[in-house]
Design a protein around this ligand. Structure first.
Ligand SMILES: [Fe+2]
Length: 211
């Protein structure tokens, strides 16, 4: 099966964007444009409604990628890694992410996994950590990021936030929504995050829901 024009368009724009940014290149290396395609069946999530409402003209540097995400919205396999018990109902309803490039496809690559995630205004993405090294690259909106090594910092379009393997980090959507690339690097990119509970006392082993 071949990828749709919309999905190929989104992949090409993200690859071009990543390869054009020195800071992303330093993290992930050059991303090839030609990648084997394996279809991921679309998956609906409440977050899709919010994706459709992004005013892309406010983000001229990334507008082409944002328009492409909106066009592809209902072809994408949207996921929510966590359970309501771990992060709360509001979080589950206003957050989601999908794989674009990586070992899980839809465009196959080993060693690098590129996801795109959305977090609604005022959400609090609790402290979590994971084996993969990570670079967050905002494509729209901005947020307050914290990690053990970086401390707190507001990051928006044009910035990059890097987390080392198993470095604890959290994000607060203090300034509206955030839509960002999440780029993972490592040898086993399917190991899921661990997350602390909302009151900070309990640590959850996150088991990603499989198809
Ligand atoms: Fe992370």
């Amino acid at each position: 099966m071949e990828a749709s024009k919309n999905l190929i368009g989104l992949k090409d724009k993200v690859v071009k964007f990543c390869n054009s940014r020195e800071d992303i290149l330093r993290f992930s290396g050059h991303i090839p444009k030609n990648l084997r395609y394996h279809a991921n069946a679309p998956q609906k999530q409440p977050v899709q409604k919010l994706i459709g409402r992004i005013s892309t003209t406010e983000f001229l540097n990334t507008k082409n990628i944002l328009d492409s995400i909106i066009r592809t919205n209902y072809e994408l396999k949207w996921n929510t890694t966590y359970s309501e018990n771990e992060v709360g109902t509001d979080f589950i309803k206003r957050y989601g992410w999908f794989d674009l490039i990586g070992p899980n496809g839809p465009f196959h690559m080993e060693g690098i996994r590129i996801m795109i995630g959305y977090w609604g205004a005022n959400l609090d993405y609790q402290m979590h950590w994971h084996e993969a090294e990570e670079a967050y690259v905002p494509l729209a909106g901005s947020a307050l990021f914290w990690s053990e090594h970086n401390g707190t910092k507001i990051a928006g379009v044009g910035d990059i936030v890097i987390h080392k393997s198993n470095e604890k980090h959290w994000t607060k959507m203090t300034d509206g929504f955030l839509l960002a690339l999440a780029i993972w690097k490592g040898t086993n990119l399917s190991v899921n995050p661990k997350i602390s509970s909302r009151d900070g006392t309990k640590i959850h082993e996150v088991k990603e829901k499989k198809d």
